[in-house]
Ligand binder design. Structure first.
Ligand code: NDP
Length: 276
């Protein structure tokens, strides 16, 4: 099984599927699940200071014995740590918890109102110091991206957005495509909620002899989006990375795209969340 690799706009290679760790707050569950994902072939882990599990993720990475250079690790700046000095301090703390001497991708978790500019300047500093190989964003809409581009020097490599069959991010996604910013789908399976059991998805899954989750993850991949599915179930962890032996037709892609009229978020709207 070969996970496709994409080259980010700064030349760094990123696997198009990673393993998500939100809500894995129990240290043993997190450790076991990350280790299981690494054994299953994932080489990229998505965590965040706000998930409270960077230390468990770090222990699993270390105990996996996989050479550091084969791994791609993402973490995110927590909302209370936005700002220049506080972001620099938060970066050091995340690195210590993860037990890493460099990071692959650091993201601003939520834009808030305007202090993402100060945070980004701190990101530019740790990037210039080569302590992180790439810097990016999460939950930034087109207007945030435009404002950032006007006020800062280094372009983000990626933007992580809520993205599953029941929501489209057309405006932000087309801005990202035009500026060579990779879109990452968070909650790619809608956190296991309704979209996962949609009858349109079920019919396509049946036709291919695949699971609904595999069809959704394949849809993301064929749409050019990186995904970071989460599961604590070993069989599902393996299933979610086993999506490279089939492909969806244009009609099937269109049928899944059409589900976005439901326009249902599972998380908050970036213009309304964590604004302070
Ligand atoms: P997902 O959309 O990946 O869905 C996870 C849920 O789906 C779990 O309940 C899991 O159950 C279930 N599931 C997983 N695989 C399968 C399968 N093959 N068949 C049936 N059910 C399945 O969840 P998340 O919301 O966690 O999103 C993924 C990642 O995105 C997060 O973990 C995090 O890393 C990132 N994220 C980023 C955010 C941001 O603001 N940047 C916000 C939210 C998430 P079970 O575990 O019981 O197997």
């Amino acid at each position: 099984m070969e996970v496709p690799i994409r080259t980010l706009n700064n030349g760094v290679a990123i696997p198009m599927i990673g393993y998500g760790t939100w809500q894995l707050t129990d240290p043993k569950v997190c450790y076991d699940s990350v280790l299981c994902a690494l054994e299953a072939g994932y080489r990229s882990i998505d965590t965040a200071a706000g998930y409270g599990n960077e230390d468990s993720v770090g222990r699993a990475i270390k105990d996996s014995g996989i050479p550091r250079k084969e791994l791609f690790i993402t973490t995110k700046l927590n909302n209370p740590d936005r700002g220049y000095d506080s972001a620099l301090k938060a970066f050091d703390i995340s690195m210590e918890k993860l037990g890493l001497d460099y990071l692959d991708l650091y993201l601003i978790h939520w834009p808030g109102r305007s202090n993402y500019i100060a945070s980004w300047k701190a990101f530019e500093k740790v990037y210039a110091e080569k302590r992180v190989r790439a810097i990016g964003l999460s939950n930034f809409l087109k207007h945030h991206l435009e404002s950032l581009a006007q006020q800062t020097d280094i372009a983000p490599v990626s933007d992580q957005l809520e993205y599953h069959p029941y929501i489209a991010q057309a405006e932000t996604e087309s801005y990202c495509k035009a500026h060579n910013i990779l879109v990452e789908a968070w909650s790619p399976l809608m956190s296991g909620k309704v979209a996962l059991a949609d009858p349109v998805i079920s019919a396509i899954a049946q036709a291919h002899g695949k699971s609904n989750a595999q069809v959704i993850l394949r849809w993301h991949l064929q749409s050019g989006r990186r995904t970071i599915p989460r599961s604590v179930t070993p069989a599902r962890i393996r299933e979610n990375i086993d999506i490279f032996d089939f492909s969806l037709s244009l009609d099937e892609m269109a049928a899944i795209n059409a589900l976005c009229v439901k326009n249902t978020r599972s998380g908050p709207h970036p213009d309304e969340f964590a604004l302070d």
